[in-house]
Design a protein around this ligand. Structure first.
Ligand code: FEO
Ligand code: CA
Ligand code: CA
Length: 676
């Protein structure tokens, strides 16, 4: 039976039912897939008692030295901002803007004195032969030559002479608001093929403009590229060729078609792009027909269930039907590495980094020059991971260096995190009230799961650990987290930050209760973890940690902002993607604001007396989530994902008219913002 669209979103956040359906296949409407008896942190306590590339100095946000700190003496914002109650005479560098007040405008709202531009949106041409976008006459052939849908990760890689390569993930499609006259029960082949073409990745050259942060796409640039659901990707690392990744079309198990649900990602110091396959489960039909108990348990742990899928791709390609191609699904859920500088290159699915609902992947070099990659598995009660390569990165751009670095992510050790608090368990009561030592903090360790082709998990081979990483991590006592999303090391201090979006089920009957690292039951607003590895070495297996932010309404006693006086901060809910500016401030985009206003982008100071100061920089249109983000000397960039994705919306009755205005349908797009 086809799943019906719930009338009310099952999420505790501000997410719409339409988002739940098309983005994550109603993940929150189902039980959390982690039903392992894996001890949660309170039990462990009781048991015990009995750089990505160096950023150049300089800025943008604080570049206009004459601009007064918005936190103190600047004129009041257009509408009262919580931050305007502050008393600082001058904010920290990089936060010298007047915070945007929470709002529900169907627009990208930026601070006074800033300009903005839509760099590229769904349907814009990437190649010279791309037809003009017309949503009423869209075709798959046109979509293959145009910018895809629902942009999420955003990266800028340098080219010569003020040009960049803009690399963008297209996470998923919203058929109901894309296609006029769409019948969810009977999509046409053309509509399905538009979906295949609108998923995936875009590489687009852009030119910077003088005296502004605007970027002009170079249509037809020789490096422009679209990768989509039928593009060949090579499986590399220990799982390549394994019987469980062989299919009728690919009996060798080495070439998968397409990349799906690419959420966030990261850029490597050797000039490639990592992109994360997240909610791949929702594209595969007929899990209910699987009778083998081992296979069924593996599917269940990844949230694969039911008969028909929402998009019904299985009607048009057997590989999306588990009853016909049981192994096709094992070729998704990986970290993918793309070389955007080589438009002929085949992107690689790096199986050594494990298979789960990958949110993102951010590298940092270890003290001896190897590469660590930090990764979150975005599901309630799932885990935080780190991969450390066996060999060192080679510097430079010689052919030898490039060939060496192209193998870096194929061999190493994959770890999962266990976090232990330092306060007595009875002081962590699930309310978010700080324990007596004044901090949610403690110690942690990275537990090895697999090293190269050697498994550390009893009863599982190395290949099984990598294919069914969640099941391996269940066995070693990993800490169940509140939806680990983006993980970002500071290029200034090396400390690692983890966005934990929310977890409606924390503390529910039969589910794990609050612990010091996830200290609120029914966690609606999420939190941000700060992790310091021993000797500041990314290869370390021990670390200390504390919660930088416990998000929500600053007036509420269950929130915490790094010790900052909460009268000075902006409300923030559901942290998701993370980035750093050149000053070492942490920028956070949100997804699912449960405080009643639209999602947005926030800057957080991390050091000195301003630590914890949180200011909202922008808000996004109705129904949208804020993605990207990217901050450099000249601009702040975000992806506006799924504008108009509100319940009841259709192409005929759109939930937003951003960016084209009245009478148009919404188009997800990339926005650049700069100080005027
Ligand atoms: Fe695609 Fe976890 O957000
Ligand atoms: Ca503590
Ligand atoms: Ca995300």
């Amino acid at each position: 039976m086809a799943r019906q669209l719930p009338l009310v979103s099952p999420c505790s956040s501000g997410r719409q039912a339409l988002t739940c359906r098309y983005r994550c296949g109603d993940a929150c409407g189902h039980d959390a897939p982690n039903t392992s008896a894996n001890l949660y942190f309170g039990d462990l306590v009781r048991e015990q008692i009995s750089r990505r590339g160096v950023l150049r100095a300089g800025v943008v946000l604080g570049a206009a030295a004459a601009v007064t700190s918005a936190v103190g003496s600047a004129p009041a914002a257009a509408s009262a901002s919580p931050a305007s109650k502050g008393s600082f005479s001058r904010g920290p560098r990089g936060l010298e803007f007047e915070p945007v007040a929470p709002n529900t405008h169907d627009a990208v709202t930026v601070p006074r004195g800033f300009d903005q531009q839509v760099v590229m949106a769904w349907g814009d041409p990437i190649f010279r032969d791309a037809p003009a976008f017309d949503p009423r006459r869209q075709t798959a052939a046109a979509q293959l030559r145009q910018f895809g849908y629902n942009c999420d990760f955003l990266g800028l890689l340098p080219l010569r002479g003020g040009e960049y390569l803009m690399v963008v993930n297209h996470e998923y499609t919203d058929e109901q608001i894309m296609h006029p006259g769409y019948d969810p029960e009977n999509p046409t082949r053309e509509q399905v093929e538009i979906g295949w073409a609108a998923h995936g990745l875009s590489v687009v050259a852009v030119e910077s403009q003088r005296r502004s942060g605007a970027l002009k796409p170079v249509v037809g640039h020789q490096l422009n590229r679209r990768l989509h659901t039928n593009t060949p990707f090579e499986l590399t690392g220990p799982v390549a060729g394994h019987p469980l990744v062989r299919t009728t079309a690919d009996p060798e198990g080495r070439t998968a078609l397409g990349t799906l649900n690419n959420c966030s990602g990261g850029l490597t110091p050797w000039g490639t792009w990592l992109t994360a396959e997240e909610n791949f489960n929702q594209y595969f039909a007929n899990a209910d027909s699987v009778t083998d108990p081992v296979t069924a348990a593996r599917l269940a742990r990844y949230g694969v269930s039911g008969t028909e899928t929402d998009r019904k791709w299985e009607r048009f390609d057997d590989r999306f039907d588990l009853a016909k191609e049981p192994n096709e699904i094992n070729r998704f859920g990986w970290i993918v590495e793309v070389d955007p500088y080589d438009p002929e290159s085949t992107p690689k699915k790096r199986t050594a980094l494990g298979r789960f609902k990958h949110e993102a992947a951010q590298p940092r070099l270890t003290s001896d020059g190897r590469v660590a990659v930090y990764m979150g598995d975005d599901e309630r009660f799932d885990y935080l991971y780190k991969f450390v390569s066996d060999t060192q990165m080679r510097k430079g751009n010689s052919r030898k260096a490039r060939e060496h670095n192209a193998q870096l992510l194929d061999s190493g050790t994959l770890y999962v995190a266990r976090l232990t608090g330092d306060s007595p368990a009875e002081q962590i009561d699930g309310s978010g009230r700080l324990p007596r030592d004044g901090a949610f903090d403690g110690a942690g360790e990275w537990i090895p799961l697999v090293s190269g082709t050697r498994s550390h998990v009893p009863g599982m081979t190395a290949e099984e650990v990598l294919l069914f990483t969640r099941l391996a991590a269940d066995q070693v006592g990993a800490t169940k987290m509140d939806r680990p999303e983006d993980v970002e090391p500071s290029p200034v201090t090396g400390k690692v930050y983890v966005a934990l979006t929310n977890n409606s089920n924390r503390g529910a009957a039969g589910a794990a209760r609050a612990d010091e690292a996830n200290p609120r039951n029914a966690n609606k607003h999420g939190h941000v973890l700060e992790l310091t590895e021993r000797h500041e070495d990314a290869a370390a297996t021990r670390f200390s940690w504390n919660l930088l932010l416990v998000c929500g309404d600053p007036a509420s006693p269950d929130t915490y902002f790094g010790g900052m006086d909460k009268r000075h901060v902006s409300p923030i809910s559901c942290p998701d993607n993370l980035a750093f500016d050149p000053y070492g401030n942490l920028w956070i985009s949100t997804d699912g604001n449960a405080l009643g206003s639209h999602d947005g982008l926030f800057a957080v100071a991390l050091h000195g007396r301003h630590r914890g100061l949180t200011q909202q920089f922008l808000t996004v249109p109705r129904g949208a989530e804020t993605c990207g983000p990217h901050i450099d000397r000249s601009r702040v960039m975000v992806c506006v994902q799924h504008p108009g994705e509100v319940d009841g919306a259709t192409a005929e009755a759109p939930g937003s008219t951003w960016p084209d205005g009245p009478g148009s349908i919404p188009r997800p797009g990339v926005v650049s913002v700069w100080r005027r």
